[in-house]
Design a protein around this ligand. Structure first.
Ligand SMILES: CC(C)(COP(=O)(O)OP(=O)(O)OC[C@H]1O[C@@H](n2cnc3c(N)ncnc32)[C@H](O)[C@@H]1OP(=O)(O)O)[C@@H](O)C(=O)NCCC(=O)NCCS
Length: 198
């Protein structure tokens, strides 16, 4: 699936993106704050593309102008997130290379992926989290209409071998419809939200 926004193309990752993935994912300011270590080689980036960035709803964030992968955005389904075990809920995750920060690219990509999640995939609830102190990510979630849900102390960050405080936010289908002024396209009632305990 390929999704487009005003300035961006969201497309599946391919092993040919290893060079640009390594360029941005080796940055000490990108992965660790999101919970994963910086990449150490282009080969590692290729392995990550093959084994991690392979979810059905995982996209390379590219500028329309050149279609080069500069970031990543994903709706992580229940097999790829510890935030839910329901089929109609998922977690939004994202990052973008440092040279591109501050242009509103991730909020723009997230708005489209959220639309896709609710309209095309029939999601009822989208979760999104950030570790304490990640104000940039907190701000992205605020801009996209997420509301505070809960804070968990001593959350395992397995890839970093440490524990952190994590904040969890939520966007329900109902709130998204209100926010966008869209109408429900079927009459199924809103189910109760139920984040998995972490
Ligand atoms: C969080 C992140 C995805 C934001 O993406 P983005 O496309 O830059 O988003 P925005 O342009 O909307 O910027 C969000 C906020 O970051 C801050 N910011 C932007 N550029 C910045 C810069 N160069 N330096 C420091 N902070 C900056 C601003 O507070 C901005 O909010 P504002 O628009 O209200 O001023 C990006 O910073 C990133 O990839 N960070 C590292 C990985 C990460 O944290 N991923 C999320 C894990 S939960």
């Amino acid at each position: 699936m390929i999704l487009t926004t005003k300035r961006l193309i969201l497309r599946p990752w391919s092993e040919a993106d290893a060079e640009s993935l390594y360029e941005y994912a080796k940055d000490l300011q990108v992965g660790p704050i999101a919970g994963w270590p910086p990449h150490k080689s282009e080969e590692e980036s290729r392995t990550v593309i093959r084994n991690v960035l392979n979810g059905a709803e995982c996209y390379a964030v590219c500028l329309k102008a050149d279609k080069i992968a500069i970031g990543c955005i994903e709706l992580k389904m229940k097999d790829k997130t510890d935030m839910t075990d329901r089929d109609d809920e998922c977690e939004l995750g994202y990052w973008i290379g440092r040279p591109f920060w501050g242009n509103g690219y991730i909020p723009e990509a997230a708005e489209e992926l959220i639309r896709h999640g609710f309209e095309d995939l029939g999601m009822r609830t989208i979760w999104c989290g950030y570790y304490d102190g990640n104000e940039k990510s907190r701000r992205v979630q605020e801009k996209c209409g997420f509301s505070y849900y809960r804070t968990t102390k001593d959350l395992d960050v397995p890839l970093m071998g440490e524990k952190r405080t994590g904040h969890m936010n939520v966007l329900t289908r109902e709130d998204w419809l209100k926010r966008t002024g869209k109408k429900e396209n079927h009459s199924e009632p809103q189910k109760n939200i139920s984040g998995k305990e972490r």
